[in-house]
Design a protein around this ligand. Structure first.
Ligand SMILES: O=C(O)CCC(=O)C(=O)O
Ligand SMILES: [Fe+2]
Length: 131
């Protein structure tokens, strides 16, 4: 089946932004509900994620975001442990009702394991011209 040409949804100097090219992952709902549940360190395949937080434990219950900006996903040799050792790991506490935007293809990120309660988010992902 021929691929549908993506419609540009936003223009910014030098770049255009598109809905995530892989339709089943344009909107992803993720729930962490058992102690120790996490979303491990990773980069996303495309440029941006707009994450809507529906439920989240208080910060001492985990569920905050850890991130290392300006990192390159070398798929052959990701060297995640070296980046965590050598770089500053930033943290972002989030609560129910928060929304955050992340440059997810050049930011190594994860969700710190939850200790109790439940964490639910909706991730809307977008691609840019560079993708
Ligand atoms: O749950 C979050 O805050 C981040 C989600 C995420 O990184 C992802 O869905 O790729
Ligand atoms: Fe992600």
């Amino acid at each position: 089946m021929p691929r549908r040409q993506p419609r540009c949804c936003r223009q910014w100097p030098g770049n255009q932004y598109f809905p995530y090219p892989y339709e089943p992952e344009q909107f992803v709902i993720t729930r962490l509900e058992e102690p120790g549940d996490t979303h491990g360190l990773h980069w996303d395949d495309y440029s941006f994620a707009l994450v809507w937080v529906a439920e989240c434990p208080p910060t001492d219950g985990g569920g905050f975001v850890e991130w290392i900006p300006d990192t390159v996903w070398d798929k052959a040799k990701p060297e995640v442990a070296r980046l965590v050792r050598d770089r500053v790991v930033h943290t972002l506490s989030v609560s129910a009702g928060d929304v955050y935007l992340m440059r997810t293809n050049t930011t190594l990120h994860r969700v710190y394991p939850i200790r109790h309660r439940r964490r639910t988010i909706v991730n809307m992902a977008f691609a840019s011209t560079g993708d």
